[in-house]
Design a protein around this ligand. Structure first.
Ligand code: ADP
Ligand code: ZN
Length: 728
C-alpha cells in the first residue's frame, strides 16, 4: 500500500465523530499522506479526522466529497494507528473514541499561532527619555534576547506605548515568531547521582534492555525511598542518548511539582508536562512538539500515552499498582496495560516501578514475561519503619474518639523530640454518617445509593458519588425533629478535632483534597508541611503517595480494617498496598520510623502479612486464592454495567442477557448476575452489573461483542463493558 494519495484518489478517513465506520473522501489538491490529520466535511460541518487508508468507493464516486484541508501537523505514524486499533479492540471501544483520546488538544488544526516579539534595533531614538532609556537598558543587559511586549514592559517597568514608540523609530525591532517554540534540549549527562551497587546493577540492566531496541517490560521493585526514581531516570538518560523519546507516567499528576524539580536537577531542563493542571496553550504546544519529536521527555498523566510520539523508546509507569491508572469514565482502559501494548508495538521498553506491585505484574514476573529488578534497602542510612498492631479490643478509648492511648503516647514522644506524626484515615469529610436520633433516619443522596457525608469545613453535606452538596440541615428531613441530627463515625476533619483536643499546643495540618481551592494551593501547603510547618499531619490517601516528609517518624493508621470490609476479591491486595505505602512515609531521612496500625482483628491474615512485611509469601498466598477462583490475573473478567433511570428496564435486560448467553458459553465463559452494581444508583440512574468470567486464553472480546450485539437496548439504557474491572 502506497502511503501517499494523489489529488482525487479515494481515501478512507477515521473521524472523531461517534460513527462505527470509516468515511470515504477524495484526496485534496496537492494530495495527502497516509496518517495525515485532516478536516473533512460531514453534513454541514467540518470535522477532524485522520487518513486511515485507501477508500473503498463501493458507491457513487461522483457523490464523494473532497477532503477540506490537510492540517499543518506531523501525520500520525503507523505505530500509533495500530496502537489505537488494538487498544480499541481490547477495550471494545469504537475506534473514533480512541482517536478522541489521541487528539484531545484543543486547536489541533490551527497553524502555529504567531506572536510579536521585540528585540534591540540598530537606530538610536531621536529623543531619549527616562522610560525609553530603561527599555533599551533591559534589552542591552539581556544581550540580543527577544521578549513579548508584556514581558518587556514588565521588566523595564514602563507602559507598552513606550516600547511601541521605540519601534516606530527602529530603535526596537518588532518581529513575528511562532508561538510553539521547541522544548530546550535535556542533557542526559547533567546532574546524575553516584549510584549504590544495587542501583548501578538495576540501571545497567535497564540500559542494556534499551539498547536491544526491542520491546520488554521490567518490574522495578523497591521499598519507598530505595532509590527507584534515580534508577529509572538513568534509563530515561540512556533513551535520550539514543535519540528516542521517553514518557514518565505518574498517578497523581497534580502533585508532581516535586518530581518535575527532580527531573530538572537531573537533566538541566524541565520536561514537557501533560495533565489536567497544564494550560490549554501549553498542552497544544506539547502535542505538536511531541509529534515533531521536539519534546524528548514527557511527564504526564495516563492520557499522555495517546500523544503522537515520533520515536517512543521508553515508558515508565511510576506507582504502577495505583488504581487511578484505570480510567473509569468514557473509554475504560488501564494505562499500565496500554503502556505495555504501546511499547510492544513500538519496540520500546516499559519500566513498572512500585514498592507494592500489583498482583498482575507480580504474576507476569513469575510467568517469565517481565524482567524484575529489586532494590532491597532504603537509600543511605534510612531503614523501613517497624510495624506494630494496636489491638483495639483491649485499648481503653472514650466514646466518639478514635485515637488509642498507645498511639497517643507515641505521638506525644514525637512532639517532645521535634519530629512529625501522621494520622492516617482514608475517609474524607467530618463524619461518614449523619443520623437522626429521633427517628433513626440516615441522610442519603437524592440521586445516588450513597450516604451524604458531612463536610464541616465546607459547612455542607456532600455525596462522594455524584459530588452533589446541600447545606447542613438543622432539622431531620424525614421527621422534622429539631437538633437531633448527629454525626456518626470519623472522617479526617473530625480526627483533626480530636487531635486538637489531645494536643492543644501542637501545630496540626489536615490534608484532604476537599480543603484546597486548587492543586497549586495544595502543593504549596504540602511543601510547607514537609519543611516542618506542622507537628501532626492528618491525612487521607492523598498523603500515601510520593511525598517526602523528612521529619516524619510516626505513622498511626486509625482503622486498618477499613479496606477489608466488603466482598471484593481485590480487597486484600489493596489494603496490603495502601498500608505499606502509608507506613513507607515514616523515617525516610536519618531517623528510623515506626508505623502503628489500629485494628480489631490483629490475627487477620492480611494484617499479619502487612506487619510481617513478607511480601513474597503474601503474593504467593493471594496468587493461590485467585488461581483457585479463576479470576485475574489467572482468568479473565469483564463487567457489564447496564444503567437507566428506569429500574425495571435494567433488571429485565440484565436477566435476558444472563439467559441468552450462547456466544459466551461457546468459549466456556460464565455469566454471573444481574446484581445491583457496587454503587446501585448514581445521578438518578439505576445500575445493574453482570460479571463474565473466562479462561485466560478465551477470545473474550469477540464473544462479548457478539453476545451484547444480540440485544436491543431500550431508549435511555446505557450498556458499558469494562474489561479487567477494578473490583470483582
Ligand atoms: P523511590 O523512588 O524508591 O521512593 P527515590 O529515588 O525517591 O526512591 O530516593 C529516595 C531519596 O534518596 C531521594 O531523596 C533521592 O534523591 C535519594 N537518593 C536515591 N538514590 C541516591 C543516590 N544514588 N545518591 C544520592 N541520593 C540518592
Ligand atoms: Zn449523589
Amino acid at each position: 500500500m502506497s502511503d501517499f494519495f494523489h489529488h482525487g484518489d479515494l481515501v478512507a478517513v477515521l473521524t472523531t465523530q461517534p460513527l462505527d465506520r470509516l468515511l470515504d473522501y477524495k484526496a485534496p489538491e496537492g494530495g495527502c499522506h497516509l496518517g495525515a490529520f485532516v478536516e473533512v466535511p460531514l453534513g454541514p460541518r467540518k470535522v477532524l479526522g485522520v487518513i486511515w487508508g485507501p477508500g473503498v468507493g463501493d458507491y457513487d464516486r461522483a457523490k464523494i466529497r473532497p477532503v477540506f484541508r490537510v492540517l499543518d501537523v506531523a501525520p500520525m505514524r503507523e505505530e500509533m494507528r495500530s496502537f489505537l486499533t488494538r487498544a480499541a479492540e481490547y477495550t471494545l471501544t469504537p475506534l473514533s473514541a480512541m482517536l478522541r483520546l489521541g487528539t484531545r488538544s484543543p486547536g489541533l488544526g490551527d497553524p502555529p499561532a504567531m506572536r510579536k516579539i521585540y528585540r534591540l534595533g540598530a537606530a538610536e531614538p531621536d529623543r531619549m527619555t527616562k522610560a525609553r532609556q530603561k527599555v533599551l537598558t533591559v534589552l542591552r543587559d539581556y544581550g540580543g534576547l527577544s521578549f513579548t511586549l508584556r514581558e518587556l514592559a514588565e521588566m523595564a517597568d514602563v507602559g507598552t506605548s513606550v516600547i511601541k514608540g521605540l519601534v516606530g523609530q527602529n530603535a526596537i525591532l518588532e518581529q513575528e515568531a511562532p508561538r510553539d517554540s521547541p522544548y530546550p534540549a535535556l542533557d542526559p549527562d547533567y546532574g546524575g547521582k553516584t549510584l549504590s551497587p544495587d542501583q548501578t546493577a538495576g540501571a545497567e540492566a535497564l540500559r542494556a534492555a534499551l539498547r536491544s531496541d526491542a520491546y520488554g517490560t521490567t518490574l522495578l521493585k523497591g521499598v519507598t525511598g530505595s532509590g527507584k526514581t534515580e534508577v529509572y531516570l538513568e534509563a530515561v538518560a540512556e533513551c535520550l542518548r539514543m535519540g528516542r523519546q521517553a514518557l514518565v507516567l505518574l498517578p497523581e499528576i497534580a502533585l508532581s511539582g516535586e518530581f518535575i524539580t527532580r527531573v530538572e536537577a537531573r537533566f538541566g531542563m524541565r520536561p514537557a508536562e501533560w495533565h489536567s493542571g497544564v494550560t490549554m496553550t501549553e498542552r497544544r504546544r506539547c502535542w505538536r512538539m511531541v509529534g515533531q519529536g521536539d519534546a524528548q521527555l514527557v511527564v504526564g498523566a495516563r492520557s499522555a500515552l495517546f500523544l503522537p510520539y515520533q520515536n517512543l523508546g521508553l515508558i515508565v509507569v511510576d506507582e504502577e499498582h495505583d488504581t487511578s491508572y484505570k480510567q473509569e469514565d468514557g473509554v475504560l482502559y488501564n494505562a499500565r496495560d496500554m503502556a505495555v501494548l504501546r511499547a510492544a508495538i513500538n519496540g520500546a521498553q516499559v519500566v513498572l516501578a512500585s514498592a507494592t506491585p500489583s498482583l498482575e505484574s507480580w504474576a507476569n514476573v513469575e510467568a517469565g514475561k517481565y524482567q524484575r529488578i529489586t532494590l532491597t534497602s532504603r537509600f543511605g542510612a534510612a531503614v523501613m519503619p517497624t510495624m506494630t498492631a494496636i489491638d483495639m479490643r483491649v485499648e481503653n478509648i472514650p466514646n466518639n474518639t478514635w485515637i488509642s492511648p498507645t498511639l497517643r503516647n507515641a505521638m506525644r514522644d514525637r512532639i517532645g523530640r521535634g519530629e512529625q506524626s501522621l494520622i492516617f484515615l482514608n475517609r474524607r469529610g467530618y463524619a461518614p454518617i449523619t443520623i437522626c436520633r429521633a427517628c433513626g433516619h440516615q441522610i442519603g443522596c437524592a440521586q445516588c445509593d450513597a450516604r451524604m457525608v458531612e463536610h464541616r469545613f465546607l459547612k455542607r453535606l456532600m455525596c462522594h458519588q455524584c459530588g452533589e452538596t446541600t447545606p447542613l440541615p438543622t432539622v431531620c428531613p424525614k421527621c422534622e425533629a429539631a437538633d437531633r441530627l448527629s454525626a456518626v463515625g470519623p472522617g479526617v476533619e473530625r480526627m483533626g478535632e480530636e487531635v486538637e483536643t489531645l494536643f492543644p499546643d501542637a501545630r496540626i495540618a489536615v490534608l484532604s483534597s476537599d480543603l484546597y481551592g486548587s492543586a497549586r494551593a495544595m502543593k504549596a501547603h504540602i511543601a510547607e508541611i514537609a519543611e516542618g510547618g506542622a507537628d501532626i499531619i492528618i491525612g487521607t490517601q492523598l498523603v500515601a503517595k510520593g511525598h517526602n516528609f523528612p521529619l516524619l517518624t510516626l505513622v498511626g493508621v486509625i482503622d486498618a480494617d477499613l479496606g477489608l470490609q466488603g466482598s471484593d476479591l481485590r480487597a486484600a491486595e489493596r489494603t496490603f498496598q495502601l498500608m505499606r505505602q502509608v507506613a513507607g512515609r515514616a523515617g525516610r531521612a536519618q531517623t528510623p520510623g515506626e508505623a502503628m496500625l489500629q485494628t480489631y482483628q490483629p490475627e487477620h491474615p492480611v494484617i499479619r502479612a502487612i506487619l510481617a512485611g513478607d511480601e513474597e509469601s503474601f503474593w504467593a498466598a493471594e496468587a493461590a486464592e485467585r488461581k483457585a477462583a479463576g479470576v485475574p490475573p489467572y482468568g479473565r473478567m469483564a463487567g457489564i454495567i447496564l444503567s437507566s433511570p428506569n429500574v425495571q428496564d435494567v433488571f429485565d435486560l440484565g436477566a435476558d442477557m444472563a439467559r441468552r448467553d450462547g456466544p459466551l458459553r461457546q468459549i466456556g465463559a460464565q455469566v454471573f448476575g444481574p446484581a445491583p452494581a457496587p454503587i446501585a444508583r448514581v445521578r438518578g440512574r439505576h445500575r445493574v452489573r453482570l460479571l463474565v468470567k473466562a479462561d485466560k486464553a478465551a477470545p473474550l472480546q469477540k464473544a462479548l461483542a457478539q453476545w451484547a450485539g444480540q440485544f436491543r437496548l431500550p431508549t435511555n439504557l446505557r450498556l458499558s463493558i469494562d474489561i479487567d474491572p477494578q473490583s470483582f
